[in-house]
Design a protein around this ligand. Structure first.
Ligand code: SAH
Length: 468
């Protein structure tokens, strides 16, 4: 380490900023946010600083810097565009043993300023020790997304209850366990979700019986269609807190890799015709796992409620008196449309869109073909590869034009994504010719025309193939 990270208490202390330009203005704002008494030494000020001075929020000494100015300061920042002045400020401050920062000149600094994620009272500072300020900003942006705006509220929630917890649980070890449970469980989730009143009630219940086992809870999480970037922030958080992850074949390995490293992983994957675990056994397994003192995550491809049998699993949990929560995911149709470059609705081509399963004992008898087969509607078939011939025949028999554009999107949103386009009448032939296999989504409707038109401008480039 080239630097020791520390946080400086400057509330009410004199902080000297040398310079009155734009950079100085940003520094003044930052120092004021931390409660510093700002004194600006500069011949001229930006309008913003002049206004602050007018309001009495800062003090302005309207002249050039003098070495004596650093006396009594808790912090000195040089933000002028004159190297000679900056060097002078640095040496004067160092001689007076006052921490000094010279903007963009690490060699002249005794303290350097990090990039900040402000979730007050939670503060996260990122520094590259001056090696790459741009990288620090990029890292900051990443952390901003993972550490949501609710963490400040969570820290305040905790601060307000520490005395009560100390009284209730005098032993430090008991207190630590209690807080770990609160901060990694449903109570924290409620606070982060902005549901303060429910969080308060749940906290009171937990504190009344701090050693009682927490109620069983299973989180059904939609993992999206394949690209890990399509996970929701809530899904990611719960995955990183999981003790046990029960997952499907459709959950891509890069997504599974984002679960907490020590979590136990249970594969209940199903592939067509080969049932690794029947649905009833999965339901029983979830009920059983939830009885332990562990956080169970049920990770499902796409969205749990779109052909995901999430409803059946919840029925089983409800019957066993186990609490659940559902985190929605991006369903295959939305992911495949976006990455496959075709809109599901479009004012010129489709005013409605239906999601249909092709996986039924007898698709021909089971599906409402007449209501599916009309123009100006996009039909999306999930699990339809085995039923392609039936889909093709029945839609045409019920009046849909054989020339209706159609697309097959295999492994959408993943690096292996393939898009094959053609028309309804040769869907089966297309799929066979390209060797299309599940997981594949079938999209039928005029919107598919746009795929070819947009192809050359698409930034994300799957191995698209047009066979029309
Ligand atoms: N709950 C899931 C769907 C499960 S059914 C969701 O909301 O997406 C399984 C079917 O989903 C597959 O047969 C396939 O038709 C479709 N599917 C899932 N992921 C896919 C992907 N990455 N690309 C194409 N189709 C996909």
């Amino acid at each position: 380490m080239d630097y020791l990270p520390i946080f400086l208490a400057i509330r009410g202390a004199r902080c000297l900023i040398v310079g009155g330009g734009e950079v100085a203005t940003r520094k003044v704002r930052l120092v004021k946010e931390a409660g510093g008494e700002v004194v600006v030494v500069a011949p001229d000020l930006t309008p913003t600083l002049a206004a602050l001075c007018e309001q009495g929020a800062i003090t302005h000494i309207a002249r050039a810097f003098d070495a004596a100015d650093v006396a009594g300061a808790a912090l000195v920042i040089a933000a002028t565009n004159r190297p000679r002045v900056n060097a002078l400020v640095s040496s004067a401050a160092r001689a007076a043993h006052v921490p000094v920062n010279v903007v963009d000149q690490p060699a002249l600094c005794s303290v350097i300023m990090p990039s900040i994620i402000d979730r007050s009272p939670v503060l996260i500072a990122v520094s590259t020790s001056g090696a790459s300020p741009v990288l620090a900003r990029i890292l900051r942006a990443r952390l901003e997304t993972v550490i949501g705006s609710g963490y400040g509220a969570l820290a305040r929630f905790t601060a307000q209850r520490r005395t009560a917890v100390r009284q209730r649980l005098p032993r430090p070890l008991d207190r630590r366990r209690f807080w770990e449970r609160v901060l990694q469980g449903p109570i924290a989730d409620l606070v982060l979700g902005g549901r303060a009143r429910e969080a308060e009630a749940a906290f009171e219940t937990a504190l009344a019986a701090p050693k009682a086992r927490p109620g069983a809870l299973v989180s059904l999480i939609g993992a999206g269609p394949g690209d890990p970037d399509l996970l929701t922030l809530r899904a990611l958080r719960l995955m990183q807190e999981a003790d046990i992850v029960v997952y499907d074949r459709l959950v891509a390995p890069p997504i599974l890799a984002l679960c907490r490293r020590d979590a136990r992983r249970i594969d209940v994957g199903k592939s067509p015709g080969r049932h690794a675990l029947p649905q009833e056994a999965i339901n029983r397994l979830l009920v059983e796992l939830a009885q332990g003192d562990q956080r169970v995550v049920r990770l499902k491809g796409g969205d749990p409620f779109i052909f995901g049998r999430g409803g059946e699993e919840i029925e089983a949990l409800v019957a066993a008196g186990i609490a659940f929560q559902v985190v929605p995911g991006i369903t295959a149709a939305l992911g495949c449309a976006a990455y496959g470059n075709l809109p599901l609705t479009h004012r010129d081509y489709a005013q409605s869109c239906v999601f249909v399963t092709g996986h039924c004992q007898n698709a021909r008898a089971a599906l409402p073909w007449a209501s599916l087969a009309h123009g100006r509607q996009t039909i999306v078939f999930y699990m339809g590869v085995a039923a392609l011939a039936t889909i093709e025949r029945e839609l045409i028999a019920h009046g849909l034009s054989p020339a209706t554009p159609a697309a097959l999107i295999e492994r959408g949103t993943t690096p292996e994504q393939r898009v094959v386009t053609g028309t309804l009448k040769d869907l089966t032939r297309l799929a066979q010719g390209a060797g299309i296999a599940p997981p594949t989504l079938i999209v039928i409707g005029e919107v598919v025309r746009l795929h070819a038109r947009w192809a050359q401008n698409q930034a994300f480039s799957p191995r698209a193939r047009s066979a029309s």
